[in-house]
Design a protein around this ligand. Structure first.
Ligand code: F0G
Length: 482
């Protein structure tokens, strides 16, 4: 439900801010976009931002700052060691999460690096509701393994379940029995779950899962990178939590965990990261890795200006008005496209709107990367950059065969406080056009395939000349210069 009620206009989600500074956008003519896509090896990560009209690749490091955040940057205390900015950041996070010790890290995966260096021994098994690309890569790099114990409904793309990110408690019990608690260094809860569409996890489920872990002496770790949206969903979708403030919900969640880490590129509207550690001994055990890989303990690879901005950003995250806008814009986008017949992941989650690419391109086999094709096609048809989240984002099996992803999606991220309502309408319009012309889209194959995290820098080519045909159909409807 939009926060603001309307008198005689259809209610729409509302921006709860006004624009103070802007960046001009560039919509390249259609044929030039085709050239750029060829140059980028049909990988949206390799496009230049200046060639993009709507950058919906990610919500990471591209969220709009507030005036207060920018103003705070001037207060930043530059010091290699002992920066006052760090102590302010530590104090703010301690106030919000109730955990005393903070290890700074330059971004989320750096936090994962440090946590796993401490926890993982070869053969270990880490329980998760669902993996994120970097969180899994850090476990497996060290010889560990990940067990994703998401509830079965989590992978049902079209659903009206409020908490598709929940972990299956029976599967957790069975896994602990099978593996033995000693082989499970920690349970990682991702709130909300990025790769299944930013779907939230309920407080009740987090509590039950962490209770189970604690009974068996297994450490509990929260990935809070996407916590902002998850807080909103707990408040509006979890009946028993509806009268609690965002601050209260945050503290209740935090109390369940031994370690909380985050990407400050998402959580806090800035750029950075950190690890909150409850136990002092554990904190000291991880310290050395920070000085070795990130920087001194009072900046950890972050700019102090970004740290100051994030301190304000953390506080803004406790404001229900502010954190409501992202999920409401996403909900609007998902509902509209769903009504127009486009297969979407429902209900709308946090982070972005997710298109079920396997269903849209059911004529493209999984090993020709339907989500990769669809995301490339969307750039061709409107200058919109989304992100592939499917088989292309997986790593191959040890025998070299493709690991077919359980969900094949295109993510259209809504960076927080960035896009307007009319821009959202444009995206809906172009996605619908592409859906109606989906038969024109074909598959992709690799011409350069990196071994690790291949989706970032891999280069592909279209199988056949479908991009040329698609662009001609687009031009027939919209003209050459769009
Ligand atoms: N955990 C989650 C849930 C994430 O979504 C991300 C990043 C990370 C950890 C790693 O953080 O990028 O700061 O190193 N997600 C980005 C995305 C990359 O586009 O979804 P990072």
């Amino acid at each position: 439900m939009p926060a603001i009620k309307f008198y005689n206009r259809p209610a729409v989600p509302m921006e709860m801010h006004k624009v103070k500074i802007v960046q001009k956008l560039n919509l390249l003519p259609a044929r030039q976009r085709l050239e750029k896509m060829h140059e980028a090896g049909f990988n949206t990560f390799l496009l230049h931002n200046g060639d993009i009209f709507m950058d919906m690749l990610t919500d990471s490091g591209v969220n709009a700052m507030s005036d207060e955040m920018q103003a705070a940057m001037l207060r930043a205390d530059d010091a290699y060691a002992g920066s006052e900015t760090f102590y302010r950041m530590n104090a703010k996070l301690t106030e919000i999460f109730g955990i005393k010790h903070l290890l700074p890290a330059h971004q989320g995966r750096a936090a994962e690096h440090i946590i796993n260096l401490h926890f993982i021994k070869p053969g270990n098994c880490v329980i998760m509701n669902y993996h994120f690309t970097t969180s899994k890569a850090h476990v497996t790099r060290l010889g560990g393994r990940v067990e994703e114990l998401l509830c079965d409904e989590g992978l049902v793309t079209k659903s009206d379940l409020p908490f598709k990110g929940n972990i299956d408690l029976n599967k957790v019990k069975a896994c602990i029995e099978r593996e033995g608690a000693a082989n499970i260094p920690y349970i990682r809860i991702e709130a909300g779950t990025n790769l299944i569409g930013g779907q939230p996890i309920s407080y009740e489920n987090m509590k039950a899962a962490t209770d189970l872990a604690r009974e068996h002496g297994i450490a509990t770790v929260l990935d809070a990178s996407l916590l902002q949206d998850n807080l909103y969903f707990i408040k509006v979708r979890e009946e028993s939590m509806k009268d609690k403030s965002i601050r209260e919900i945050t503290r209740m969640i935090a109390d369940l965990f031994d370690v909380i880490y985050f990407s400050g590129r998402k959580f806090g509207f800035g750029r950075g990261g950190g690890i909150l550690v409850r136990d002092e001994k554990l904190f000291h055990a991880m310290e050395d890795y920070v000085t070795m890989f990130e920087g001194f303990l009072t900046y950890g690879g972050m700019s102090v200006k970004e740290m100051e901005a994030m301190i304000v950003g953390f506080e803004e995250t406790m404001d229900f008005d502010i954190i409501s806008q992202g999920p409401q814009f996403i909900d609007h986008c998902v509902r509209q496209l769903d009504e127009l017949g486009v297969p979407m992941v429902t209900p709308g989650g946090g982070l972005g709107a997710h298109i079920n690419a396997r269903q849209v391109l059911d004529h493209v086999p999984s090993d020709q990367y339907p989500a990769g094709s669809l995301v490339a096609a969307l750039y061709l048809c409107g200058g919109i950059r989304g992100m592939e989240r499917g088989t292309l984002s997986e790593e191959r099996n040890p025998d070299g065969s493709e690991r077919i992803a359980s969900v094949e999606m295109v993510r259209l991220a809504f960076p927080r406080r960035v896009f307007t309502f009319s821009q959202t309408e444009y995206v809906i319009d172009r996605v619908k056009w592409l859906y109606d012309h989906r038969h024109l889209v074909g598959g992709l194959r690799f011409v350069h395939e990196p071994k690790t995290l291949r989706f970032f820098t891999g280069r592909l080519e279209p199988i056949g000349n479908w991009p040329e045909k698609l662009i001609e159909a687009y031009i027939a409807d919209f003209g050459e210069d769009q």
